[in-house]
Each structure stands twice: as C-alpha cells, then as structure tokens.
Write a protein that binds this ligand. Structure first.
Ligand SMILES: Cc1cc2ncn([C@H]3O[C@H](COP(=O)(O)O)[C@@H](O)[C@H]3O)c2cc1C
Ligand SMILES: O=C(O)c1cccnc1
Length: 342
C-alpha cells in the first residue's frame, strides 16, 4: 500500500491560505487540491492524467426481470464501445483519457478480433437470488483482471484511474453489496436502475432480500465472499482496479452506484485502500448517498446522472484538473502585492 504524505498536505493547505482570494472562497476545490498534494507528495501536485477501464459482465439475475433491458444489451454495448459510440467514448475523447474495454464475463461470446481485453472468467454470473454469483476462485480471477487494467493504464502515464461498468442487472448486484456492507435494508437501497416502474422495483427489493438471506446462510462474511455470492464479474474487476490504484499510489475516482458498491467490497478486502478514492458525482440510484456516506465520501457534483460506464467520473475530471491548476498557478498575496485580510 502506498503511503500518504501529510507534510505535503499541510504545506498545500498553507499555500491555499496565501493565494489571492479570501480564505475558503474556492470551497471544496481547495481541499481537493490539498488531498492530491497529500497523495502525490508534492505541494503543487502534477495535473492528474485520467485513464478509464470499462469492465463488462452479465448477470444471471437479469432473467428475474430486475432490469428494464435484456441481457443482450451488455454485449451490444461492448461492440458500441469499440466503435466509439457510447457516452463514455465521447467523454474519454473530450478529456483525452485512454479507454480500455474489458470482457470479464459477458454471457454471449464476443468475436476474438474485437479490439477489447478478452479476459472472460465465465459466461455471466449465476442467478444471485438462488445460487452464488461466482466461486471464490472466479472472484479472485476477476479482481486480478481489474488490477491488471490499473497497471496497464498506469504504465501509459495515467495518474487518475476510473473504473466503468457495463452489465445489465448490475444495479441489483450492487444493491446487494451495499446492503451487505452498510447494514441498510433493500427497501432503503434498491433503485430504478435503467428505469423500471414501481411494481418491478418492489420485485427487485424482494430479489435482493432473498439473495442476502441466501448468501448469509451460505457463509458470506468478508469482502471476497460477499462479492462471490452476490456481486458481479465486472464489479469484482472494478474492486481490483481500486485496490491496485491504492497499491500504485495513484487516486481513483468512484463513478456512480456500481463503482461505489465495488469500493465497499474493496475496502472490506483492504481498508487502507479507501484513502485513495474520491467520489465524482451523486447518482440518481436511491442508495448511492448512503453507500458513499459509509465510505466517508461526499460527491463533487450532482447532474442527476444514472448511467455508469465511468461517465460521471469522466465528467468530474476537468473540475479536478481546475482545482489543481488554481492551486498551482494562482499568485500569492506576497507575489501579487495584494493586501491580506485586515
Ligand atoms: C443502452 C444502455 C447503456 C448503458 N450503459 C450503462 N448502463 C448501465 O445500466 C445497467 C444497470 O442497470 P440495470 O441494473 O437496471 O440493468 C448497467 O449496464 C449499467 O452500466 C446502460 C444500460 C443500457 C440499457
Ligand atoms: O450510478 C450508476 O452507476 C448507475 C445507475 C443506474 C444504472 N446504471 C448505473
């Protein structure tokens, strides 16, 4: 686990107090720059260079009618990612972030020539309502796949990691994980995902309740065993990326509800890793704020997003880069000859 640099964080806070603005007037952007200073070990941290891995996997529970869309959309969207047509492609281009797409467990076979990382652990998860989503060994494979993505992106010069998700049914798996790690009830946490109606949501609440009772009876008790019982292959890979970010000593941005569920599992595996994560935005998914609060995180923005793919995190990147540039490039009172507070 990489170490923090509290001395650089302290010096950054002192620098903030000397910049030509009333103390605190740049609000959370000030703390953001200091947070990055404490992690980079530099009073003026380098501009974060984003990189994105989108992990795709299917969910057996989708057969229970918990999503507004069919499982086939997962593979179809993977193809869309390779053609550059998804929301995350547009945003990755706009922020000049390398983007890799990883098949961790799409149900239908994808052509070998498709320009993605082919790392399919199995053809979708088991239906988490009635059986373990995956075995412990498969869960560890998926975690390692996410770690490998983090290392590949880091080797390309990436210093701010984003894990995106694509997996029809994954807000159900994520709701299970959030309940497991926060103690909240399915009624508190389950949301509308891709846009289900109230009747379907009531059914989704019941599915999550059944899954949790089954997993508990099956002995789920820690990060890996909960992930294996009620998680997803792409969610486990996202957790792996988050753990590797902390090991490499580079921050990771949590995208919406699914990434936050992955983060709760990752923290259960390695508590200190959570020091390296920031929350980009508040998702519309009902349980998101509660999940973030359990991690001690407050999202930077709320644009009423409910997409995933890493889209909210990508949108927050320019804001984070602006926080760093303000911190690094503004003049101090002494440099500018401006009078300080009376
Ligand atoms: C076309 C399309 C593109 C998406 N991109 C992300 N998601 C998001 O929606 C899904 C989760 O919602 P649920 O649990 O209700 O299935 C995930 O695939 C997530 O990545 C999408 C969903 C659709 C339909
Ligand atoms: O917040 C998310 O990540 C999210 C919400 C709804 C559907 N898909 C993803």
């Amino acid at each position: 686990m990489a170490v923090l640099h509290p001395d650089a964080g302290l010096a950054a806070r002192q620098r903030q107090s000397q910049l030509t603005k009333p103390a605190g007037s740049l609000g959370r952007l000030e703390a953001l720059a200091c947070w990055l200073a404490e992690r980079s070990g530099q009073v003026c941290p380098p501009l974060p260079q984003p990189g994105i891995a989108v992990f795709a996997g299917d969910h057996g529970v989708a057969a229970d009618g918990v999503s507004a869309f069919p499982s086939a959309v997962t593979a179809e969207m993977v193809k869309n990612f390779t053609r550059g047509g998804a929301a995350i492609n547009v945003l990755a281009r706009a922020i000049a972030a390398p983007l890799e797409v990883v098949d961790v467990g799409v149900a239908s076979p994808l052509p070998a020539e498709l320009p993605i990382v082919h790392a399919r652990v199995r053809a979708g998860t088991g239906n988490l309502r009635t059986e373990a989503a995956m075995s412990l060994d498969e869960c560890r494979q998926a975690l390692a796949i996410g770690r490998a993505s983090a290392r590949r992106l880091h080797a390309q010069g990436v210093t701010l990691l984003i894990a995106g998700d694509m997996g029809i049914g994954n807000t159900t798996a994520s709701a299970c994980l959030v309940c497991a790690f926060t103690g909240a009830t399915p009624e508190d946490i389950v949301g509308l995902g891709t846009g289900i109606d109230d009747a379907r949501r009531a059914h989704k609440v019941a599915v999550v309740g059944e899954a949790l009772a089954r997993a508990q009876a099956a002995g789920a008790h820690d990060g890996e065993s909960w992930l294996a019982q009620v998680g997803g292959l792409e969610i486990a890979a996202m957790a792996g990326l988050l753990l590797e970010a902390a090991a490499l000593g580079i921050p990771a941005l949590l995208d919406g509800f699914i990434a936050t569920a992955a983060a709760l599992a990752a923290r259960a595996i390695k508590p200190a890793a959570a020091d390296w994560w920031l929350a980009s935005h508040r998702s519309q998914e009902q349980g998101h704020l509660r999940a973030l609060a359990a991690l001690g995180l407050t999202p930077l923005i709320d644009l009423e997003l409910r997409l995933g793919e890493g889209s909210g995190a990508a949108l927050a990147v320019p804001l984070i880069q602006m926080a760093v540039r303000l911190h690094n490039e503004m003049a101090t009172f002494a440099e500018a000859g401006v009078s300080g507070a009376a």
